[in-house]
Design a protein around this ligand. Structure first.
Ligand code: AMP
Ligand code: SF4
Length: 469
């Protein structure tokens, strides 16, 4: 039996650059483009070859770096992080990168994912005399690294990474080297690019575009990359498994302009809409998408069905994601503030409302009600991903099973609960088709929260009282 997630968590974003005189500024711009992956805190650590320097804070990237004098963050390499915090862990200590000093040198870490056996590893480390400073699972890697008896950092890191179970994309910085690692199932996205002679690494390729870098390749599952002034070196700390890149990255999290594993996010979302229209057609007058993440799928649905795409909903850009509101009451309030129906478009019409996913059902219910109040004659809900029936253990905010509407109600019941005239989800096959078939490398995806088939199952039951990223 898998343990359930207790807190709420969202994606984080990592960034790194080696070999550029404006490393800190570039990291700042990179983090800007990854802001959608976490709005609770941000930070940068630089190295000038002798010393690691840190600046981090709570809030949006802009706020954290508003008054920063970048000349104080000088150096030719940097790593950065944006994070979304769970309710109980909103302390500055947990904001990354985490920086540790010792007599043998310093190390900074930035991480995206969830280390499932962190609880057991923390216990082991504490029994061995380690004093952990944060409640973040990321810190475990630093301590494992420190305790290793291997002669050099690369070997110590390989040994430490082999002890971790779960999903992780790590970027580490020492005075004279940067290390990049991806879990053996490749659950989280991580790409490498070039900016002139410099190497860059980021959770999403949209970070390369903003700084003018070119995409080189994906970090491979189980790969450990070392970057230094002598160049780039790749080793394996684990045998490469079939990749299980998170399907929800395509469905919802990532930016449409990013390419994950060589598949463009917008193009895959459009294909999800096309597949959905093939699988679950319905007669209607217009197709509309919930902004922003469902627009691509709505365009695909409209194209396939021949029913015109219309802007039936408008988003207030200055309100944060609904999920960020901590309580159900505030979340519902958030939906109201965030979206408005376009009365002149939906009035008297049969509307197909496309959303990327349903988690608790709060958003869909509100929107159906909103569209009907604005005069829509019928509202047919079409969801561009399969029903989410199982929690995520790999660092994505997928609630507990009790809160997942599809884990507790049948399709008909969900339709009634959200007030839809009809409802249909995309099938798992349809989703796979929209992502995997476009993938030239033909590597796999994780759809565990929709199918219950977990690619990594070795879970410590007490795990989730710890802060994940
Ligand atoms: P809900 O209102 O709980 O059903 O949430 C569904 C909405 O939240 C969808 O419209 C998605 O765009 C978005 N969403 C889906 N998964 C997540 C997630 N893990 N974290 C934040 N938002 C999400
Ligand atoms: Fe992504 Fe779902 Fe797999 Fe978690 S369980 S990694 S959200 S596809």
């Amino acid at each position: 039996m898998l343990a359930e997630i207790r807190g709420l968590n969202e994606e984080c974003g990592v960034f790194g650059i080696w070999g550029h005189e404006k490393a800190a500024e570039i990291t700042y711009y990179g983090l800007h483009s990854l802001q959608h992956r976490g709005q609770e805190g941000a930070g940068v650590v630089t190295t000038d070859g002798e010393q690691l320097k840190l600046h981090k804070g709570q809030g949006l990237v802009n706020d954290v770096f508003k008054r920063v004098d970048f000349s104080k963050l000088s150096g030719h390499a940097a790593i950065g992080h944006v994070r979304y915090a769970t309710q109980g862990d909103r302390t500055i200590d947990n904001v990354q990168p985490l920086l540790f000093h010792s007599q043998t040198g310093s190390v900074a870490l930035a991480h995206n994912g969830n280390i499932m056996n962190a609880y057991a590893l923390r216990g082991e480390l504490e029994r061995g005399g380690s004093i952990l400073q944060t409640s973040s699972d990321t810190e475990v890697l630093a301590h494992l690294l420190k305790r290793s008896e291997e002669p050099d950092t690369k070997a110590a890191l390989s040994e430490a990474l082999c002890r971790l179970v779960g999903a992780y994309a790590f970027v580490l910085l020492q005075e004279d080297k940067m290390y990049v690692a991806l879990d053996p199932s490749g659950l989280r996205p991580l790409s490498i690019g070039r900016l002139g002679d410099a190497y860059v690494v980021a959770s999403e390729t949209c970070a390369f575009d903003i700084i003018g870098a070119t995409y080189e390749r994906e970090v491979l599952p189980g790969e450990l990359i070392t970057i230094s002034d002598t160049g780039i070196e790749s080793t394996r700390f684990a045998i490469q498994e079939q990749r299980s890149l998170c399907a929800m990255e395509y469905v919802y999290f990532s930016r449409p302009d990013s390419d994950l594993n060589n598949v463009n996010v917008h193009a895959s979302r459009k294909k999800m809409g096309i597949e959905l229209a093939k699988e679950s057609p319905v007669e209607a007058d217009i197709v509309t998408g919930v902004p922003d993440s469902s627009i691509s799928a709505a365009i695909g649905f409209a194209e396939q069905s021949g029913i015109p795409y219309e802007i039936g909903l408008i988003k207030n850009r200055y309100i944060g994601r609904t999920f960020i509101q901590p309580s159900q009451e505030l979340r519902e309030q958030g939906v109201k503030m965030k979206l408005s129906p376009v009365r002149g478009i939906v009035e008297g019409k049969r509307v197909i409302m496309i959303d990327d996913s349903i988690v608790r059902g709060t958003t869909s219910k509100r929107i159906v009600r909103m569209l009907k109040k604005a005069g829509a004659k019928e509202v047919h809900v079409r969801i561009a991903s399969p029903a989410i029936t199982d929690p995520c253990y790999y660092g994505i905010d997928m609630s507990t099973k009790q809160e997942l509407i599809a884990a507790n109600y049948s399709l008909d019941e969900i339709g009634k609960l959200i007030g839809a005239d009809s409802i249909a989800y995309l099938s798992a096959k349809g989703l796979e088709k929209a992502i995997v078939e476009r993938n030239s490398l033909n590597q796999g995806i994780c759809m565990a929260c929709m199918t219950g088939e977990y690619p990594v199952r070795d879970i410590d039951q007490k795990e989730f009282s710890y802060t994940r990223c």
